[in-house]
Design a protein around this ligand. Structure first.
Ligand code: TYD
Length: 206
């Protein structure tokens, strides 16, 4: 089963993943945790280009194609083989990030993006997407307080992050069967509990 975690910057997805992985392993599931951009050696090299604060000259089309290049490699090299082996793949960001950030955030045409995402993934879609939702101000405050990593993509203005958040809501509305929206304003433990519950519900449904 292919499960993705999505959310605006500072939603806490990345911090929740290790405990989620342990929980699933404890429940007897064979699970792999990975992330985008990255997840493979080539993908990590592409990630470095994308995150580098000095690469301010990257134009939007280049940015999109780099995310998608990393994704194509990730899907073929890691995600598909793991799914074929019967594993659960838990992925920190996937195609919905491209739609939310590049589509809603940067206003790139959504249909073009959907076509390009389909090309880069060979049509692989998540079975379940957990959206960790926090208001924009809280997400930014968390990033500034907790993180040593303030990267090029974090540095966009507040209105951009608001479009990203609303974009996620719109995507969830389009395919409600795939999405679970989690209130990520709660403390780490409560959010972890909610995430576990949502995961188990979907896994037990098969
Ligand atoms: P990262 O440091 O992994 O942030 P987070 O822990 O919040 O996931 O940086 C990923 C950044 O890349 C994040 O700002 C979202 C952005 N992104 C896109 O704009 N498009 C994409 O397709 C993906 C996968 C990520």
């Amino acid at each position: 089963m292919f499960i993705t975690l999505e959310g605006p910057d500072g939603s806490g997805k990345t911090s929740q993943l290790p405990a989620l992985e342990k929980f699933l392993q404890g429940a007897g599931y064979d699970v792999i945790v990975t992330r985008e951009p990255g997840g493979t050696s080539v993908g990590d090299q592409i990630r470095e280009i994308l995150m580098n604060l000095q690469n301010g000259s990257i134009i939007p089309r280049t940015e999109i194609l780099l995310f998608l290049a990393a994704r194509a490699q990730h899907v073929d090299e890691l995600v598909c083989p793991a799914l074929a082996a019967g594993k659960i793949v838990l992925c920190d960001r996937y195609g919905d990030s491209t739609l939310a950030y590049q589509g809603f955030g940067h206003k790139t045409d959504l249909n073009t993006l959907k076509m390009l995402i389909d090309f880069s993934t060979g049509g692989l879609k998540p079975d379940l997407t957990l959206l960790l939702d926090v208001p924009v101000e809280m997400g930014i405050a968390r990033k500034l307080n907790n993180s040593t990593e303030w990267n090029r993509l974090d540095a966009y203005e507040q209105a951009f992050h608001e479009r990203v958040r609303q974009g996620y809501f719109a995507l969830a509305e389009e395919e409600p069967w795939r999405w679970v929206i989690i209130d990520a304003t709660e403390d780490m433990e409560s959010v972890q509990k909610t995430l576990r519950k949502a995961l188990l519900t979907r896994l037990e449904a098969g």
